[in-house]
Design a protein around this ligand. Structure first.
Ligand code: MLT
Length: 327
């Protein structure tokens, strides 16, 4: 254990009554990382890359547990019920920890006050994608097709409040359409059905989209950010493709339960930062098109402020869309 961690552990032990030995020996067993969506989707993929590297620096395995349901709010609620000792953590995102506030009147947690933020993991561009057989090859052809087929067209998503749900809500409102939506327990299974041609379109994170676009199994019409994505340089931005109003970047954040001792959070943050500095992790995330957080976003305090700003940003968007959900 390094000296800084020892001193921080001793200070927290005094302040919280936690025994200095308990704070110093963290982690004393494998850590469970709750992923609030199905395996194989973007949250799960990023988590598996980062958790493996974190396990090496923590000296204990970080084991993924997929707890899917209710747009990620089921797994997030589960974390608030776990012991606040750092041995259970999670990766939440724009949906579970920002959009959920306006979407779920009965949300069982407050994303701004019921968690101990560890650090932002990554940000992700959203891409507008469709099944290969959809008869459109450009974004404007896609918009025309959805408008002409509004009554029968559908878009897949990972549950009410998930990123794929809220970002397609935005897209649909910009296109002025209200198609059917098909919920899944994550965009891993939603992507499988898009590839199989069972659903028409999906607004999904580049991490989940890049391998499929490279394999030619789906179409990607545009990336909803100002610059092209490093993983898919041939896909135009929404501005280049004629829909400049559709700009949205989403994120993954690592969190512990509220009340987790500060030195334990600091140790987890150190491990997260070490993982994000690892050349292999960086290469894998870059290949998938994920972007790394800023130095400030990667701190517990920076993530706290970021989550609060994201709740403030998404609440009016969801209210304007007039959608609510139950969990
Ligand atoms: C989402 O749409 O919120 C995510 O893509 C869910 C997931 O990681 O599967």
């Amino acid at each position: 254990m390094n000296k800084r961690f020892f001193l921080a552990a001793a200070a927290t032990a005094l302040a919280t009554g936690l025994s200095p030995a308990a704070a110093q020996t963290f982690p004393s067993r494998p850590i469970t990382m709750i992923i609030p969506f199905a395996a194989g989707g973007p949250t799960d993929v990023v988590a598996r890359i980062v958790s493996e590297a974190m396990g090496k620096s923590l000296g204990q395995a970080v084991v993924i547990e997929n707890v899917a349901g209710a747009g990620g709010t089921t797994g997030s609620t589960r974390l608030t019920q776990a012991a606040a000792d750092g041995h259970t953590i999670m990766i939440g995102h724009t949906g579970t920890h920002a959009a959920s506030v306006a979407l779920y009147p009965n949300l069982r947690y407050n994303p701004a006050t019921d968690f101990a933020p560890i650090g932002l993991v990554n940000t992700n561009a959203i891409l507008i994608t469709a099944k290969k057989a959809l008869p459109a090859n450009t974004l404007s052809e896609f918009v025309a097709w959805v408008k002409a087929n509004e009554r029968t067209a559908n878009n897949a998503h990972a549950g009410i409040g998930s990123v794929s749900h809220t970002t397609c809500l935005l897209l649909n409102s910009i296109m002025g359409v209200n198609p059917q939506t098909v919920p899944y327990r994550g965009t891993g299974p939603a992507m499988n059905d898009l590839v199989a041609g069972q659903v028409d379109y999906l607004c999904d994170q580049v991490v989940n989209v890049a391998p499929q676009v490279r394999a030619g199994t789906i179409k990607a019409f545009a990336v909803a950010q100002m610059t092209r994505n490093q993983a898919l340089p041939d896909v135009p931005t929404t501005t280049e493709a004629g829909l400049p109003g559709y700009q949205v970047v989403v994120w993954n954040a690592m969190l512990a339960p509220k009340g987790t001792p500060a030195p334990v959070v600091a140790r987890l943050n150190e491990a997260l930062k070490a993982a994000l500095a690892d050349a292999n992790v960086r290469a894998r995330l870059a290949e998938l098109g994920a972007d790394l957080p800023t130095d400030v976003q990667a701190t517990p305090a920076g993530l706290q402020a970021f989550i609060e700003s994201e709740i403030a940003k998404w609440t009016p968007v969801i209210k304007a869309a007039g959608v609510t959900a139950s969990n």
